[in-house]
Structures are given as structure tokens and as C-alpha cells.
Write a protein that binds this ligand. Structure first.
Ligand code: ZN
Length: 309
């Protein structure tokens, strides 16, 4: 099988209160749609392992890791880092497995057991920076996978494509001065986390702001005229995806107006580029996407494009 679907039961135990949009129901919605569409039979299933302390410390500071560990609340309690970023008693464990999912997928694609992988995990990661949790993110899952690929598989260059509606400020900060990494994204601006416009001058940061109500044509223009030439120039040996689906027009979290067919289109382009430079190696890790219907439909088309079926 070409594609692996990676998940872990711990993703269902981290919750931040019943009104928080990042809910365990997101993972249930994705797996239900995978089953209902019949796609689950066409992917290899994998279960994440837990990232070790040394894996987290490739990206985050020891002080920050200790801070999270010391503030794990008791059962039934919450610890508020900010109003969006809240720990229950399972969050720390869930975040270790979420961080491990990308590493697990990197091992799978470098052992040639699959070409590519999608990690249906939470909490997400792209807002987490070296020493801070924010925006529902605790560990930067995609950055941890990237550093693991550099260390374990001696990768020279990789690309991170972030199609979440929000700016991946944590990922940008972590790799801002690391020319081994090319980051490609679009993000609604001005919008949470109100960062990102400064990166336009950096060669390895191809992160483009778009206005609210940007449509498919604007996003496809960015992909064709900015991302694709940058990836051709960088020649990545593996492509990681921060796969957020909150730019869907049915998702109230942002005002970008994409459909699931846009995610399929973007994924097809990334697959083509990965075949050209990376032997097809792609690891895609879930970020945002909060409307359960549009999220699950989009993930199914994303995985169909990865699996070429
Ligand atoms: Zn987002």
C-alpha cells in the first residue's frame, strides 16, 4: 500500500472544555468518513509511538518541557496556558503521541514500507514555538518530525507546506535561520496569530498573506507562482505538510473560501513534486479544521490524492 493512516487513541483524551473548537470529535469525524467512504481499506493503518524527551528537545527548550510537565492537572481539572491552550490530565501524554506520529511516519517512509502518510492526531502543533504553547498547540509536531529526519536519516533539505488558514508562526520561528528547510504557506492576514508578514524577505520562507474572503483562484495563484518555483529550487528530499483544513468555506474559523477540491488539487501538486525530488516521500500531519463535515470530507480527498486513488 502506498499510504499510511497514522493515529493513536490518546488523541481522543485531550480535551479543552465542551465549547472549545479543537475537540476529540474531529478525530472521530475523520475516521468515520474514512470508513464510510471505503478509503480505510485502501490505506495501511499505523499507531503512533510516544516522542521521547530527546525528540522534544530537538525543537523545544528544557524549561518549557518542564513547565508543561509540572502543570499537568489532576483528573477533571484544567490548566489554562491561555484561553485557547488548555491542558487536561491527558494533554501531555496526547501531545507526546502527536509529536511521535510524524516521527513514526518518517520511519515508515524511509524504510520504504509506504510512500507517504497522513497523521490524524491532536493536539496540533504549528503555533508552538521553541518555548511557548499557544493557539491550541503544545509541541510543534511538524518541526519535531523535520528535526528527526535530519538527525536519523541525514536528510539535507526538506520542505514544509502549511495550508492551514492561520500563519504557522511556531514553525516559521523554529526554522527561520535554517536554510535546510523551505516553508511554503498562505495565511489569512490580519488574523490570529497576527504574525508573519516580516518573513516575506527570507529566501527559505515562502509564506504569503491573503485577505479575508480569498477564493480558490487566489490560493491556486500562490501555489503555482510562489510555492512550486520555490520547491523546484529547493529540491526537498522529503515534504512535510501542516495539514489544516480551516480555510474551507464551510469552516467558520477563518474567512478563506476553499473547498475540499482545492485541498485535493494542492495535494496532487505536492505529490507530483515529491515524485520528482523526494522519491514520493510525504508526511502530512493534521493541524486545524473545525467544521466536522468539511474537515472530514477534505481529509478524505487529501488522502485519496496522497494514495492516488
Ligand atoms: Zn488554523
Amino acid at each position: 500500500m502506498k499510504t499510511m493512516y497514522v493515529t493513536h487513541p490518546s488523541s481522543l483524551k485531550h480535551e479543552m472544555g465542551c465549547f472549545h473548537p479543537d475537540s476529540p470529535e474531529r478525530i472521530y469525524a475523520i475516521s468515520d468518513q474514512m470508513l464510510a467512504s471505503g478509503l480505510m481499506s485502501f490505506v495501511k493503518q499505523g499507531y503512533s509511538f510516544k516522542a521521547l524527551k530527546k525528540d522534544i528537545l530537538r525543537v523545544h527548550s528544557p524549561i518549557y518541557l518542564d513547565y508543561l510537565y509540572k502543570n499537568i492537572p489532576t483528573d477533571g481539572e484544567y490548566y489554562y496556558i491561555d484561553n485557547d491552550t488548555i491542558m487536561n490530565s491527558y494533554t501531555f501524554e496526547s501531545a507526546l503521541y502527536a509529536a511521535g506520529s510524524g516521527m513514526f511516519a518518517i520511519d515508515a517512509i524511509f524504510s520504504n514500507s509506504v510512500k507517504n502518510a497522513f497523521c490524524a492526531i491532536r493536539p496540533p502543533g504549528h503555533h508552538a514555538n521553541h518555548d511557548n504553547a499557544m493557539g491550541s498547540c503544545f509541541f510543534n509536531n511538524v518541526a519535531i518530525a523535520a528535526k528527526y529526519a535530519f538527525d536519523k536519516y541525514k536528510v539535507s533539505r526538506l520542505a514544509i507546506v502549511d495550508f492551514d488558514a492561520h500563519h504557522g508562526n511556531g514553525t516559521e520561528e523554529i526554522f527561520y535561520d535554517d536554510d535546510r528547510v523551505l516553508m511554503c504557506s498562505f495565511f489569512q492576514h490580519p488574523f490570529y496569530p497576527y504574525l508573519g508578514k516580516h518573513s516575506l524577505k527570507k529566501n527559505n520562507m515562502c509564506n504569503l498573506p491573503v485577505n479575508a474572503y480569498a477564493k480558490s483562484s487566489r490560493i491556486r495563484d500562490i501555489v503555482n507562482n510562489h510555492w512550486v518555483p520555490a520547491i523546484h529550487k529547493h529540491k526537498p528530499e522529503v515534504i512535510l505538510i501542516s495539514a489544516g483544513f480551516d480555510a474551507h468555506k464551510e469552516d467558520d474559523m477563518s474567512q478563506i473560501c476553499l473547498t475540499e477540491y482545492d485541498y485535493a488539487w494542492i495535494t496532487n501538486i505536492i505529490v507530483e513534486l515529491s515524485e520528482q525530488y523526494a522519491n514520493g516521500r510525504i508526511v502530512s500531519i493534521l493541524e486545524g479544521g473545525y467544521n466536522l463535515s468539511s474537515l472530514s470530507r477534505s481529509v478524505v480527498l487529501h488522502i485519496r490524492a496522497l494514495a492516488n486513488i
